[in-house]
Write a protein that binds this ligand. Structure first.
Ligand code: SF4
Length: 333
């Protein structure tokens, strides 16, 4: 446990937490909505600090990044907690184990050393929403960058600008998980009434901090798959971000691919260039000339038509991040 970095006293013993957009004001003895931060005598403590729920070594593609250091191996770490009440109802990683014996500790220093020893090119924080272990994540991204490892997170993006601006300089990649693109979808599927701060923060991560961005759209037929909602998503990506940002249309519930093909078709028709589904053997083609640029036989990526990050047939930008240096522009390398 350690004090929350973005916690401040607001009087009467209440402590406000500015890690995520709930900005909870927590009374003594109570916990915030995420249940992993508790007011202990006027100090808000991160209860999940250094506790990991999972640690694996696998290709970065396994974590929803298809244009970010392709062919590389990453150490993936998870902790406990999510800011989304509806996800608390279904995620295995929402709540910490109740007994000490179920809690595993992995200090950030040891995690980075482990990544180096196992020749991992980078570290990705995923499984739960890594924003919930903000202090641990902040240590981790700085240590990882100092050790020349790339840093990435898979997150619902419910962070405050203050939290984003602390992480941004050290954060290379974000896979942003969207529960939909309307007030109704976010209320029904995530349990948050105000969600538009997520899209503002994502734009800032791209523009201000030049993070590589990929988006996972968690498709729930009948809830967030209307043509109008998909068109609104596409318009945001096209106009506020850049149309070559990869979108992954994934089933909200594993095993059901209903509606995926239709959603991909709509997003492509709306001008998005890289729209993927759950099939990890799919070949990536240049959106300008159709040239095959990344093949994935058996799910293993092979760059076959790429030269200096561009299509080697027509020179089009493929939005590929392969360097430890952040791109000068947000259009890719
Ligand atoms: S991380 Fe979010 S949900 Fe948790 S206490 Fe802080 S503001 Fe509340």
């Amino acid at each position: 446990m350690r004090p929350t970095t973005l916690g401040s006293s607001v009087g009467d013993g209440l402590v406000r937490c500015d890690v995520c957009q709930w900005r909870c004001e927590v009374a003594p003895g109570d916990a915030g909505r995420c249940l992993v931060r508790r007011n202990d005598g006027g100090t808000l403590m991160a209860l999940n600090d250094g506790l990991i729920s999972a640690a694996t070594i696998a290709p970065i593609e396994d974590h929803g990044f298809l244009h970010f250091f392709p062919e590389s191996i990453a150490l993936a770490l998870g902790s406990w907690g999510t800011p989304f009440p509806k996800e608390q109802e279904r995620s295995t990683y929402a709540f910490m184990p109740e007994t000490e014996s179920g809690r595993r500790v992995l200090e950030a220093e040891r995690a980075v050393r482990f990544a180096q020893e196992r020749l991992c090119r980078g570290i990705v924080w995923t499984y739960n929403d890594p924003l919930m272990e903000f202090e641990y994540l902040y240590d981790g991204v700085r240590l990882a960058r100092a050790a020349s490892r790339y840093t990435a997170i898979v997150s619902g993006g419910y962070w405050t600008i203050e939290a984003l601006d602390m992480l941004g300089p050290y954060l290379d990649g974000i896979n942003l998980r969207l529960f939909g693109f309307s007030d109704d979808s976010y209320a029904a599927l995530a349990g948050v009434p105000q969600w538009r701060g997520i899209i503002d923060a994502a734009r800032r991560a791209l523009r201000r901090w030049r993070c590589h961005l990929e988006i996972t759209y968690l498709l729930q037929p009948g809830a967030n798959d209307s043509v109008g909602e998909l068109q609104a998503l596409a318009a945001w990506v096209r106009e506020q971000l850049i149309p070559i940002i990869p979108i992954h249309v994934m089933p909200a519930q594993e095993g059901s691919n209903a509606g995926i093909a239709h959603a991909r078709q709509v997003l492509r028709q709306e001008g998005l260039k890289f729209v993927y589904g759950p099939d990890r053997t799919e070949t990536t083609r240049c959106p300008s000339c159709g040239w095959p640029v990344i093949e994935r036989p058996g799910g293993i990526p092979k760059l076959i038509g790429v030269e200096q990050g561009l299509c080697d047939n027509c020179g089009a930008d493929l939005y590929l991040r392969r360097s430890m240096f952040k791109p000068l522009s947000t259009g890719g390398e």
